[in-house]
Design a binder for this molecule. Sequence first.
Ligand code: SAM
Length: 276
Amino acid sequence: MSGTLYLVPTPIGNLGDLSRRIVETLEQVDFIAAEDTRVSVKILNHLEIKKPMVSYYRHNTETSGPAIVRRLLDGESCALVTDAGTPAISDPGEELVALCAREEIPVVAIPGPCALITALAVSGLPTGRFTFEGFLAMNKKNRKSHLESLKKENRTMIFYEAPHKLLSTLEDFEETFGADRRISLCRELTKLHEEVRRTTLGEAVLWYRDNSPKGEFVLVVEGAEEEQQEEISLEEAVEKVLRLREEGMSMKDAAKKVAKETGLPKNELYHQALDR
Ligand code: SAM
């Protein structure tokens, strides 16, 4: 029988966030796969746990992944840890989970510290619907097309960013979403200098032009306002299509326009208007 891969989160700053289940899992597994063994050994020393470790990081996933899978298939259990937070979230792990899923190896995710959820919860922005966008690409073209694709995004958007790239990212946000869009800059979460700056993109750009950013950031950006749709009956909407037609618009364009304004089906409006 194969062993289990455990995805074990580690603190994003505060060692007090090591839960009992996290500790027990690290104690029980046969070996630990770590993004950086030098970082993880500090946590293991703190917990007085000694375990064999292998490294599993961005640039060795192709060799290390199959080696870990072989050991799991042989019946060993493994805890995957990264430098901080939840493995597989903007961190190595995604490919390993996919490999295990393909081999039908059980994967258990232990809930725990994750910067994006901590930031969203404290942001003061709507949490009902959100989208996690990770890090923006360095490459200008990819970065621009990523941002363009979010222009009309209504959901709250969450980004990770390094301090040295923060200002240029805020400037790009301002250009894409406008200066008045609200943002919560969540810095050094769970650490001594934790700070949440709830402001607008315009104000954030001005602030960080004068104050160089330090520490780790999650950026939580308000979504675009929903386009208001008129609430009218199908009958009234058809009347509207016919009025636009009388004013010279084609029936097809009129149905399309009214459908967009009301959310009613375009084809239905078109055919009902034709039948009048
Ligand atoms: N897997 C991790 C998680 O679950 O959050 C994220 C890893 S990603 C490589 C690192 C990024 O997470 C940082 O660049 C920063 O944007 C964010 N981050 C991590 N710790 C943070 C903290 N204490 N405060 C604010 N942001 C943090």
